[in-house]
Design a protein around this ligand. Structure first.
Ligand code: DQA
Length: 149
């Protein structure tokens, strides 16, 4: 069974009540439950985490080396600021997919740049919570076709 780490950055713990017109009404725990159910149906074990701290996210990415087959990450605001998360993902040794609930490109210009996109296998944004399930399908294919990365 493949092991996938799903990481969520700052303020995503507030989903459900945080700007629902942008981020939707589902809570992070709804998303976690949906990911775990979907993961089970496609043979993926999921470790789902959230932190408001950049350093903690870096620690978790470092901890994934050798133990995790792939990462799905919504770095939230750190997407647009964090060289530290970029560096950590660069040495994680497994493929990762970047996910955003909102369509970054229909929002403020400062959200159009992501530090991590250039090294992601792919980016999914604008599909709300469903984007996490799309990312799970995509990473499942990536980890089963290991020779592709
Ligand atoms: C987000 C988009 C980011 O710009 C923002 O800072 C977030 C959430 C998204 O999922 O749409 O916190 O990553």
């Amino acid at each position: 069974m493949s092991k996938i780490l799903i990481l969520n950055g700052p303020n995503l713990n507030l989903l459900g009540t945080r700007e629902p017109e942008i981020y939707g009404h589902e809570t992070l725990s709804d998303i976690e439950q949906n990911c775990k159910e979907h993961g089970k149906s496609i043979g993926i074990e999921i470790d789902f985490r959230q932190s408001n701290s950049e350093g903690e996210l870096v620690d978790w990415i470092q901890g994934a080396v050798e133990t995790i087959d792939g990462i799905i990450i919504n770095p939230a605001a750190y997407t647009h600021t964090s060289v530290a998360i970029l560096d950590a993902l660069n040495q994680a040794g497994c493929p990762f997919i970047e996910v955003h609930l909102s369509n970054l490109f229909s929002r403020e210009p400062f959200r159009h740049h992501s530090y991590v996109s250039p090294i992601a296998k792919g980016v999914i944004c604008g599909f709300g919570a469903h984007g996490y399930l799309l990312a799970l399908d995509a990473i499942s294919k990536l980890v089963s076709d290991k020779e592709e990365y």
